[in-house]
Design a protein around this ligand. Structure first.
Ligand code: NDP
Ligand code: BG6
Length: 487
């Protein structure tokens, strides 16, 4: 548990990115820092340090920092300013001397800063977190009267309840919960950030948000590509650990929690934990797993999961698709299935929440489709309410149309920020609301660990599905069994 301390780094900050030579740093962390810099949202005096074991010249580091910045040519001057604030420090992750050297470089940069604040971003495999944490504490830490420390860490936070607790046990003696920011980038996505606003600031929404009106809910993650050479990583993880236990569960929490007593990070996270604790254990007989197989998509032959060269075990049963219904046993949601559905190599790129309403009387007889409230998280962010309405004219025809907030039309001048940009800014403001607390993580693992153990033991059937399809064929029947009406 933490106490609330929303204190912004306003005047100055030193940001250290560990693992600066890596994929995440160059694709997400540095572009997000650049976007904040170019919008004037970093503190006036900011210094950025990249740290890793690889040898890199200043030029190579600048290239690493900027190679994934969009429309780089149009922003050449800003990019030059950004890289001039940045320094690369080469060093190991368990070497006192290297961390002392890093500390002295940071101290040099702090000489003209009005306040000392340090943000350490661990863009590293979790195996390195404990060593790096200990060395930060030993060599680069600030005493309370000197300034503030914040540490961002990246998923995976373990692979089950036990390993997650082990990781936590390594980190908690080093950093307090106030200092730690566990990132789940889905919490930085614009529509996800809007869920609390839409739910709690609109009386109309509050009036139907429960099991009296809602029949079933799907939280859907679809990617149109396979593991594409990431199979080595993925085969040990599977789709449930990769996107469901974290990203989709975070969305579920914001969708179903009760109104927090305030918007303070701790009150919000308390409500999320309550929902997770109310989730009934998952029944292994009631889930669908799948693995994609080779197929032809638009005339092009696409490989199956096992065809990925980076996968060693050619008999692998790792699921690349899963549909898991969760039931929240509280007054508000009892009896409503929340189907978390995620898959790679499907027919489209889409992440959305579909809340299907109970049918009106006589709906089945008269073929009246149920209303649906849809939060489209990506692509083309939107909130849509599917309504039955009379087709205009001299007829009695019924059509389904949308009450529609499409972000592109409603806010045409706004460029939707990247999730990482939004979350790094939250961290600089000292706002933990959109970061995962230790007890939240624990509860999420409690839900999934028993079922993951059954899956890892090979106790749950894995259906084949074709690359580019909608998933295993049994899904249609499965969704119907959850009350979903496909019109
Ligand atoms: P990388 O494998 O690219 O690792 C980052 C850097 O860490 C490497 O450049 C390397 O730097 C160092 N490193 C890698 N392996 C080891 C090791 N075994 N021991 C010591 N140092 C090592 O990882 P990513 O950048 O892809 O990811 C970083 C973290 O972010 C991970 O926890 C990952 O799960 C998470 N993540 C990544 C995403 C992505 O899109 N890439 C998305 C979501 C989360 P050097 O050798 O120069 O020191
Ligand atoms: C990551 C997963 O956490 O999220 C990837 O490891 C997945 O497998 C990615 O592709 C999806 O993120 P986004 O932002 O592209 O939807």
């Amino acid at each position: 548990m933490t106490t609330d301390r929303k204190v912004a780094f306003e005047e100055s900050v030193s940001i250290v990115v560990f693992g600066a030579s890596g994929d995440l740093a160059s694709k997400k962390t540095f572009p997000a820092l650049f976007a904040l810099f170019s919008k004037g949202l970093l503190p006036k005096k900011t210094r950025i340090y990249g740290y890793a074991r690889s040898e890199m010249s200043k030029e190579e580091f600048s290239k690493k920092q900027t190679s994934h910045i969009k429309s780089a040519d149009e922003q050449a001057d800003k990019i030059k300013e950004f890289t001039s604030l940045s320094t690369y420090v080469r060093g190991g992750y368990d070497d006192d001397k290297d961390f002392r050297q890093l500390n002295s470089v940071i101290e040099e940069g702090e000489k003209n800063m009005p306040e000392k604040n340090r943000l350490f971003y661990l863009a590293l495999p979790p195996s390195q977190f404990a060593d790096v944490g200990e060395h930060i504490k030993k060599e680069c830490y600030l005493k309370e009267d000197e300034g503030r420390i914040r540490v961002i860490i990246e998923k995976p936070f373990g692979r089950d309840l036990k390993s997650s607790r082990e990781l936590q046990a390594q980190l908690s003696p080093i950093f307090s919960e106030v200092e730690l920011y566990r990132i789940d980038h889905y919490l930085g996505k614009e529509v996800v950030k809007n869920l609390m606003k839409v739910r709690f600031l609109n009386t109309v929404m509050m009036s139907f948000w429960d099991n009296r009106f809602i029949s079933n809910v799907s939280i859907v993650f679809k990617e149109p590509f396979g593991t594409e050479k990431r199979g080595g990583y993925f085969d040990d993880v599977g789709i449930i650990r990769d996107v469901m236990q974290n990203h989709l569960v975070q969305v579920l929490c914001l969708l179903t929690m009760s109104r927090p007593v305030s918007t303070s990070p701790e009150d919000i996270r308390d409500e999320k934990v309550k929902v997770l604790r109310a989730v009934r254990p998952v029944d292994a007989k009631d889930i669908i797993l799948g693995q994609y197989v080779a197929a032809e998509v638009n005339g092009e032959k696409k490989p199956g999961y096992k065809d990925d060269d980076t996968i060693e075990n050619k008999d692998t049963k790792t699921p690349t698709f899963a549909a898991i219904p969760l039931y929240i046993e509280n007054d508000r949601w009892d009896g409503v299935p929340f189907v978390l559905k995620a898959g790679k190599a499907l027919n489209e790129a889409k992440v959305e929440i579909v809340m299907q309403f109970k049918p009106v009387p006589g709906a089945l007889r008269d073929h009246i489709p149920p209303n649906e409230l849809i939060f489209r998280i990506q692509p083309d962010e939107a909130i849509l309410l599917k309504m039955n309405t009379k087709y205009p004219g001299l007829n009695d025809k019924l059509v389904v149309d949308d009450l529609d907030i499409s972000y592109r039309d409603s806010f045409p001048k706004v460029a939707i920020p990247e999730a990482y940009e939004s979350l790094i800014l939250d961290c600089l403001k000292g706002d933990h609301s959109n970061f995962v607390r230790d007890d939240e993580l624990d509860e999420a693992w409690k839900i999934f660990t028993p079922i993951l153990e059954r899956i890892d033991a090979g106790d749950v059937k894995v259906h084949d599905y074709k690359y580019g399809s909608e998933g295993p064929e049994v899904m249609k029947e499965f969704m119907q069994s959850k009350g979903f009406i496909d019109d």
